[in-house]
Write a protein that binds this ligand. Structure first.
Ligand SMILES: [Zn+2]
Length: 431
């Protein structure tokens, strides 16, 4: 039995609001929450002075690369990066090798996740091999614990197959998550199609490649009653479609955006540095502004990292040949606190309890709070005032492809508790 933990002097923030309170943790549970609590004998005391004490963050979109690309990341290194970023749960994307399209692979990743520094919820593929031709055994995967299905990396191109997937998903009570990209329109593209792609002479994909699939899937979700989650939306047109669908009702849709799409624009590609190559691509400033407005208006439900590690030799290839993707787990909260004009409480809602609900990880014993006696001790303690500079060499990820390297951010995770265990203390992973 581990020693009790006392988190002292912070401000507890959860869906119920905020209040000055200490938190005492015993085993894997919160034992007490309140001002000036007595520290139990033998307790580990964690200083939370000036900090927000929130339910652990939940990432809907992390590529942990295991099995198959362990040179980029493993479940262990990815979960350490997550813990350092304040996450206590991540949804692991199924585009591994082999892909997560059978219960055997689900169980394999679950076994790896059992030793991780955060909970690893395994997402399953919608189609066999993520090839878009034949439905994966969704019932078998759901039986193994999968709650979210996606072919992420690619969208399901065939509308009839997507309709069938939605019908099965509805019956199973699971959520389908779509990487919205019309493969034909996007074929061969290295960036967003627009002024910068013309200037740089790089092949682009138009915003419509994303928006066509958003529109199609909203229509199919209306037809089937399926729960649809839209991954990493990146254009003004996409969030406009979601806003209209939500206003009209009748569609069970949620949407996420990634931190890089809220801050960076396609002008960054002018460096030809492949660290700025990502899918969906960085967009013009008008799209960034529309995503921020959608976040503020509640049209977008979550910020997700799309953490996508790649080894240096892959990112050093010429821009057109380099693989798309950026690291995100260790910086997402700090980027949002620094760059978004939103109160910290709203940022935490977008990174913790709202995504927990979408992932099916909320509720008693789950993630996203509230921080209350008897509840699970998954906590993120963040100092919203601490300034730091991102050092790519110091990241816990096995890869280095952070677009934030060298950037000064304000807001840093001080401690993370997962199942009551202090996995991060004073900004350092404990194992
Ligand atoms: Zn994707």
């Amino acid at each position: 039995m581990s020693a009790p933990v006392a988190v002292r002097g912070g401000t507890v923030v959860d869906a119920g609001g905020s209040r000055r309170a200490d938190v005492v943790v015993d085993g894997d549970r919160v034992a007490a929450v309140g001002p000036d609590l007595e520290v139990p004998a033998g307790a580990v005391v964690l200083d939370a002075g000036g900090c927000l004490v929130a339910p652990g963050l939940v990432d809907l979109h992390a590529h942990l690369r295991e099995p198959g690309a362990e040179e980029s990341e493993t479940v262990e290194t990815g979960s350490r990066a997550a813990a350092l970023g304040g996450y206590t749960a991540v949804v692991a994307m199924p585009n591994t090798d082999p892909p997560v399209d059978s219960a055997a692979v689900v169980r394999h990743v679950q076994r790896l996740g059992a030793a991780a520094l955060c909970q690893v919820a395994v997402a399953g593929a919608i189609t066999v091999g993520r090839a878009g031709r034949q439905l994966a055994p969704l019932a078998e995967l759901a039986g193994a614990g999968v709650r979210l299905f996606t072919d992420d990396g690619a969208g399901v191109q065939d509308a009839r197959l997507m309709r069938r997937a939605m019908e099965y998903a509805t019956a199973l009570g699971v959520t389908l998550a779509q990487h919205c990209e019309d493969g034909a329109l996007a074929a061969g593209a290295a960036m967003h199609e627009g002024e910068w792609s013309s200037r740089l002479g790089l092949p682009g994909m138009p915003a419509e490649a994303e928006e066509l699939m958003v529109a199609r899937d909203l229509a199919l979700a209306r037809l089937t009653g399926a729960r649809l989650h839209l991954l990493h939306l990146s254009t003004a047109g996409s969030v406009d479609l979601v806003a209209r669908a939500k206003a009209a009702g009748q569609v069970a849709v949620t949407a996420e955006v990634a931190p890089h799409h809220l801050v960076l624009t396609d002008a960054a590609v002018a460096s030809y540095d492949a660290v700025f190559k990502v899918n969906p691509p960085l967009r013009p400033a008008a799209d960034v502004a529309a995503l921020r407005a959608a976040l503020a208006a509640g049209v977008v439900d979550a910020v997700a990292t799309d953490h996508a590690p790649h080894p240096p030799e892959a990112k050093e290839l010429p821009f057109e040949q380099a693989p798309p993707g950026m690291l995100g787990l260790e910086t997402a909260l700090a980027v949002c606190l620094t760059e978004l004009d939103l109160p910290a409480e709203r940022v935490l809602a977008l990174l913790s309890w709202q995504p927990a609900a979408i992932a099916g990880l909320a509720g008693p014993g789950g993630h996203g709070g509230p921080v209350a006696p008897g509840g699970p001790a998954h906590l993120c303690v963040v100092d919203p005032a601490e300034a730091w500079v991102v050092d790519a060499r110091a990241l816990a990820s096995r890869s280095r492809n952070s677009p934030w390297a060298g950037r000064r951010l304000t807001g840093r995770v001080r401690h993370t508790l997962y199942r009551g265990e202090p996995v991060v203390v004073d900004g350092r992973a404990t194992r």
